[in-house]
Design a protein around this ligand. Structure first.
Ligand SMILES: [Zn+2]
Ligand SMILES: [Zn+2]
Length: 214
């Protein structure tokens, strides 16, 4: 506050200095104010509840989440006004629908991730990958922000960052967005992070017979 007051006394031509103190670009309410850098030790999962005021869909994840990240693609569910989604995975056999599963509908049957959305509020409750031979087969994509339980693994990187342009973000904002992601400790990538890209390429190499150990 004191800083701001001091700036006001400067000449009006110094407008740029005021601009610099404008709030950081909003990416997602779950990460904008910072977040815990690690999950709770021994955290064994919890429940996800959709945003319906009555008869919410409840999904249980019987395990800590993995590979949590911010995602800029146009397919992952994000809360109103968010530029990025925050999405993690859990083994599909650790995911079960406990309540009001009848409200769920698959968004796109042909997508690799079978995102099950609540027809009441639109939240994506679980998204299993069932495609035979796909690197992520057996994993389910989840949004741990839908849980009141505390201790989930925090996001560790940002994927498909350039794709936010496809959802209407002006390209001119990309440098500021990438800068903000880095500030938050989320290294921005325009596909997945190197670990997951290598993993997918390894699966592909094994399938095609080109894989070499050394
Ligand atoms: Zn709902
Ligand atoms: Zn996505």
């Amino acid at each position: 506050m004191a800083k701001k007051a001091a700036k006001k006394t400067k000449k009006p031509t110094k407008k740029k200095a005021v601009k610099r103190s404008a709030p950081a670009i909003a990416l997602h309410p779950g990460i904008d104010k910072g977040f815990a850098k690690s999950g709770k030790k021994g955290f064994a999962g919890g429940k996800l509840t959709c945003n319906c005021a009555t008869d919410p869909v409840v999904v249980e994840i019987a395990m800590q989440s993995a590979h949590n990240h911010a995602c800029g693609c146009t397919k992952c569910w994000k809360p109103e006004g968010a530029i990025f989604s925050v999405v993690a995975v859990a083994p599909t056999n650790k995911v079960s629908v406990l309540q009001n599963g009848h409200k769920l509908k698959i968004v796109d049957e042909n997508a690799v991730i079978l995102r099950h959305a609540c027809t009441g509020c639109g939240a994506h409750m679980h998204g299993p990958v069932k495609r035979e031979g796909h690197a992520f087969q057996g994993l389910t994509f989840i949004h741990t922000e839908l849980s009141k339980d505390k201790g989930w693994s925090p996001p560790g990187f940002a994927a498909f960052v350039s794709s936010v342009i496809e959802s209407g973000v002006p390209p001119s904002k990309m440098p500021a967005i990438r800068k903000r992601l880095k500030q938050l400790g989320l290294e921005p990538y325009d596909a997945l992070n190197p670990g997951l890209m290598d993993y997918m390429a390894t699966v592909a190499a094994k399938k095609s017979g080109t894989y070499r150990e050394s």
